[in-house]
Design a protein around this ligand. Structure first.
Ligand SMILES: [Zn+2]
Ligand SMILES: [Zn+2]
Length: 67
């Protein structure tokens, strides 16, 4: 997770969002390229782990749970 900051120069959002980056916009670096905050892809969030319907704990990678 990279820090966000306010853009000091205008530029192009690397996320192809059709909005130019204006000075003062909240931006962050994504793979070394400026994007607006909110334009970062969210699909690299870890998927929620399955929850055991019996003990309601998240199952481990090997499928084990607390019961
Ligand atoms: Zn953008
Ligand atoms: Zn269980």
């Amino acid at each position: 997770m990279s820090a966000t900051f306010r853009a000091r120069y205008d530029g192009t959002c690397a996320a192809d969002c059709d909005q130019r980056i204006d000075p003062g916009d909240e931006v962050t670096y994504l793979d070394g390229q400026l994007v607006h905050v909110g334009c970062e892809p969210v699909d690299d969030e870890p998927a929620p782990r399955p929850v055991c319907p019996i003990c309601f704990t998240e199952t481990a990678l090997n499928g084990a749970c607390a019961c």
